[in-house]
Design a protein around this ligand. Structure first.
Ligand SMILES: [Zn+2]
Length: 226
């Protein structure tokens, strides 16, 4: 039995070479702040979670070179995104969840996990094996990550939302899950070979922070009737 199996490592970064996390993620205290290092089957990335302004005298902390997002999977053929768009448009009165899977030797496929469809929420349970991207439809609503999505999207894979499907240029937003945190604004062309007719939505993280602090500010820009 491995007594350390449930412990997440926390390192102080003193400038020495540090291998990537062995298992999903770890934390570093660095000169610039607290860093979470993600090493999932889908991607590597480092998130600066909490900048530290104070000089922690005596700890000899060094600035840590943050790993930019690096995806570990090939891009998804555009035809699969087109197929999802067609299906979501055919079900425009409800949210639908799609899962993009990568199987060794077989390539990419899309499945609909067992789900209860509803106007405002997709509930789903599924086997996450080989799932690289969870993408759900916001039908005629804007593509944005809701608090419900935050609660559902706690893994380390890619997560996406499509919205405004009634328009000629629908919206697409993508993020990387970081086991409870998220890296926003993953470029769509890093994930898909082509994205037409979608337009990408980029999240303003300062506005996101305001949204999480006070739902009335950020959300009211999208949903003016609230
Ligand atoms: Zn959603």
């Amino acid at each position: 039995m491995n007594l350390h199996a449930n412990l997440i490592p926390l390192y102080m970064y003193l400038g020495h070479p540090l291998p990537r996390p062995e298992h999903l993620y770890d934390y570093l205290i660095t000169r610039q702040g607290i860093v979470k290092r993600i090493e999932s089957p889908v991607a590597s990335a480092d998130l600066l979670l909490a900048p530290i302004q104070a000089d922690l005298i005596g700890l000899r902390l060094q600035p840590y070179p943050l790993q930019p997002l690096q995806l570990k999977v090939p891009r998804i053929p555009g035809c699969l995104l087109q197929a999802v768009l067609a299906d979501a448009r055919a079900n425009i009165e409800q949210e639908v969840m799609y899962q993009f899977k990568l199987n060794a030797g077989e390539g990419w496929s899309v499945t609909l996990p067992a789900q209860e469809r509803a106007w405002a929420r997709v509930g789903y349970r599924s086997d996450p094996t080989n799932v690289i991207l969870d993408l759900h439809s916001h039908h005629t609503m804007p593509a944005f990550f809701s608090k419900t999505d935050d609660a559902d999207e706690q893994g380390g894979r890619l997560y996406g939302v499509i919205g405004h499907l009634d328009r000629p240029e629908p919206q697409l937003a993508l993020r990387l899950g970081g086991y409870g945190h998220h890296l926003y604004n993953v470029p769509a062309l890093a994930v898909f070979e082509e994205i037409g007719p979608f337009g990408e939505i980029y999240v303003n993280e300062a506005e996101m922070a305001a949204y999480h602090g006070d739902q009335s500010t950020w959300l009211s820009r999208w949903l003016p009737w609230r």
